[in-house]
Design a protein around this ligand. Structure first.
Ligand SMILES: NC(=O)c1ccc[n+]([C@@H]2O[C@H](COP(=O)([O-])OP(=O)(O)OC[C@H]3O[C@@H](n4cnc5c(N)ncnc54)[C@H](OP(=O)(O)O)[C@@H]3O)[C@@H](O)[C@H]2O)c1
Ligand SMILES: *[C@@H]1O[C@H](CO)[C@@H](O)[C@H](O)[C@H]1NC(C)=O
Length: 318
């Protein structure tokens, strides 16, 4: 069956617009609002009550604020009216619920494109990906997308967020602490990973929507830059003007932490598995897809990401 209006991604509905990554996606889309006919968000009554300024700012930019419950059939059907593209950035706790959002989009007369909440690791990188615990729900969502012949998809695969990985919070799993001038590197520090800054996630989703033909029914593997822990450390040392204290976590230690976290039901289990996947090369591709959406020379560099990390980490200390 031919898709509804294959070419145009002009009338957008963002779900999860005020979340960690949804915020960046919404901001980037709003910055390109002249290129779209409509930008709407579907958000909860709680969010409207708790994030007053954020919602007010979006209204001022001309964003339609649709208040509803994503688990309520009628609210979703109403929100899909006069929308051609749904961009979901819902959190991990509601990933599986997208199956229903996708089914309703497939049934809609106007929605022809759905961006499920991906913005992370390539969940179909290799045959081993099928067994990775953190991928299971997103794989179910992809299967639902493929079964909908009346709906196109775009998966924006960005790898890990530089903003988080170049920070202190992952501790032993790999971290860069600007205040303490301490870093924990994985293995010998020479493993390569591709990262995307959160502002680039927003820009890359926007460019994918602005290139609807090439992004149609495709997993776009995009990123900001590729670097080893050692290269990141050297950039931090250069920009902070100090030598840092370094320690290492071996792959064996990482796998042990990962296994223990899963058997103890620790919240860090997902993060530990993702770290191991990244360390094993799961963010490296023969060729990235930035060029397909004209995102080759507009993304952040390692220098940009380190400068931003220094700004963020020193700001939170003041
Ligand atoms: N690559 C990486 O390093 C990385 C890191 C973190 C996340 N991610 C990925 O990014 C995507 C988004 O994650 P996130 O951390 O940005 O999400 P989040 O901040 O936890 O949540 C995003 C939004 O989802 C909606 N939501 C959350 N719980 C809900 C519920 N129970 N019912 C209805 N709506 C709910 C809310 O929207 P409203 O408030 O507007 O209603 C919320 O703001 C996920 O696919 C995640 O795997 C990737
Ligand atoms: C998608 O919509 C088409 C056309 O309305 C319908 O034939 C098909 O059964 C739907 N698919 C799913 C999985 O809901």
């Amino acid at each position: 069956m031919p898709a509804k209006h294959p070419a145009a991604c002009k009338k957008l509905l963002i779900i999860g617009a005020t979340g960690l990554i949804g915020k960046y996606i919404t901001l980037a889309l709003v910055q390109s609002k002249s290129k779209f006919d409509r930008i709407a968000i579907l958000t909860s009554a709680d969010t409207v009550q708790n994030k007053v300024q954020e919602i007010e700012d979006l209204k001022k930019e001309g964003v339609d604020i649709i208040v509803g419950d994503v688990t309520n059939f009628k609210d979703v059907v109403d929100a899909y009216r006069d929308i051609d593209t749904v961009i979901s950035a819902v959190g991990r706790n509601v990933i599986e619920h997208q199956v229903e959002l996708i089914r309703l989009a497939n049934d809609s007369d106007t929605v022809h494109r759905f961006f499920p909440s991906e913005y992370g690791t390539d969940i179909e990188y290799s045959p081993a990906s099928a067994n990775e615990k953190p991928h299971q729900k997103k794989l179910i969502v992809r299967a639902a997308m493929k079964s909908c012949d009346n709906l196109d998809y775009t998966y924006v695969v960005t790898g890990p967020y530089a903003d988080l990985c170049l920070g202190p919070m992952m501790g032993q799993l790999g971290s860069f602490d600007v205040i303490k001038k301490e870093a924990v590197l994985l293995d010998d520090g020479n493993l390569k990973t591709s990262y995307t800054t959160m502002r680039d996630v927003g820009n890359l989703v926007t460019l994918a929507a602005l290139h609807p033909e090439v992004s149609r029914n495709k997993a776009l593997k995009v990123n900001s830059f590729t670097a080893t822990d050692m290269e990141i450390l050297q950039e931090f040392e250069e920009q902070t003007g100090n030598k840092w204290k370094i320690s290492y976590t071996s792959m064996g230690q990482l796998k042990k932490i990962e296994q223990e976290a899963w058997s103890n039901g620790a919240p860090m289990a997902t993060g530990a598995t993702l770290r191991r996947i990244w360390a094993e090369g799961g963010t490296l591709y023969e060729k990235r897809d930035n060029d397909l959406i004209e995102a080759e020379n507009v993304v952040d560099t390692l220098e940009d990401a380190v400068a931003e990390a220094i700004k963020q980490q020193t700001k939170s200390m003041m």
